[in-house]
Ligand binder design. Structure first.
Ligand SMILES: [Zn+2]
Length: 361
């Protein structure tokens, strides 16, 4: 029962809703790998799975990923950690990254903005200071859209659960798993504790919703961040590829990186500069990925590269800024298939048409 700025819509506890979701195939496979019979595994829901998975020790692949995401863990004996220990660690780190200062917290209270909503507003405005400059009317517009999305998601989920239960009762042990949750013609899944990020809805094509994929994608996103910003800059995102974006009224076709304003940015890829505007460049890969992709870097100031010039990995591109279609300082990083000088990033739909930026590093 928490509302921001007196918006008159019920708020929803996404975690409890998500817990009643059925399992996907990978999760069922995992339960069987630790001794569950098929007919018992398929009866579990996400809440059950979370409890079982969190008590299991981390696998070697998960340990490697954890160290790459949080280098300070290299000194720990992670073979003694359970998956639950690591999730707790991610939660704590995310809280550190995304918590307001005492001062900002006071201001949020005064304005009547609850903390969960404030964190959502970071997707649009990147910093607390930045969105606290906005009027209540402006913030209300964003939050109303957000509440509508939450409500339609929950409604869809409830109807799917009901259908599933019926199906299960009538067909003994044959149950539909991983059902599509259609929102305006597409499918999103709620993912909790994404490393260096927060809980959010991910487009089904992003694959992030599948069991432990969030770790591998978190790993990959962190690697590209480190290449661009330098490994000593704390990793922070405001929007990930494939999340629901209210400002784009659909899927977010890129990753928004939030480093310090005016931070110098280095190219993570080698290739030709096939397009250059005042605030962005497009680099066509000619070195690393078989001439298959074009890379977009948006909202920069001091762009130092020339059109038709070449870039090597580590060459300086410009600085993180808020130029162009941006409400605060960040880097929008996107990838398209093939040689492409136009991005799909502002397409205003739920098709995830850009290439996955998670597959490169
Ligand atoms: Zn973006």
């Amino acid at each position: 029962m928490t509302f921001s700025i007196n918006i008159d819509i019920k708020n929803i506890d996404m975690k409890s809703i998500h817990d009643t979701n059925p399992l996907d195939q990978e999760q069922i496979d995992f339960l069987m790998s630790i001794g569950y019979k098929y007919e018992n595994a398929i009866k579990k829901d996400q809440g059950d799975y979370k409890k079982i998975f969190s008590k299991e020790k981390m696998e070697p692949k998960a340990i490697n990923s954890a160290i790459s995401l949080y280098p300070e863990l290299a000194g720990e004996d992670l073979s003694k950690w359970t998956n639950g220990d690591f999730d707790l660690y991610i939660q704590q780190k995310n809280e550190e990254l995304y918590s307001p200062t005492k001062e900002q917290e006071k201001e949020l209270k005064r304005r009547g903005i609850v903390i969960e909503d404030a964190q959502y507003l970071l997707e649009y405005f990147y910093t607390y200071d930045n969105f606290l400059l906005q009027s209540n009317e402006t913030l209300k517009d964003y939050l109303e859209k957000y509440y509508q999305f939450k409500i339609s998601y929950v409604d869809e989920l409830k109807s799917i659960e009901t259908k599933n239960k019926e199906y299960f009762n009538n067909n003994d042990i044959t149950i539909m798993v991983d059902p599509p949750i259609e929102l305006q013609g597409t499918t999103y899944r709620y993912v909790e504790d994404f490393p260096n990020y927060q809980d959010d809805w991910f487009h089904v094509d992003s694959d992030t919703h599948v069991s432990s994929n969030k770790y591998w994608y978190g790993d990959s996103a962190a690697n590209s961040f480190s290449l661009i910003y330098g490994s000593s800059t704390p990793i922070k995102y405001s929007n990930l590829w494939g999340t629901y974006s209210g400002s784009q009224n659909g899927a977010h076709e890129g990753i928004d990186f939030v480093g310090p304003d005016q931070h110098q940015l280095k190219s993570p890829v080698g290739g030709e500069v096939i397009y250059k505007a005042d605030e962005y460049i497009v680099v066509y890969d000619t070195e690393n990925f078989n001439y298959n992709f074009s890379f977009f870097f948006y909202h920069m100031s001091d762009v130092t590269v020339n059109q038709e010039g070449t870039l090597n990995i580590g060459d300086i591109m410009g600085r993180q800024s808020d130029i162009g279609n941006a409400k605060g300082s960040h880097l929008h990083f996107a990838v398209e298939n093939g040689y492409d000088t136009t991005t799909t990033s502002a397409k205003d739909d739920h098709n995830l048409d850009s290439a996955s930026p998670y597959i490169f590093w």
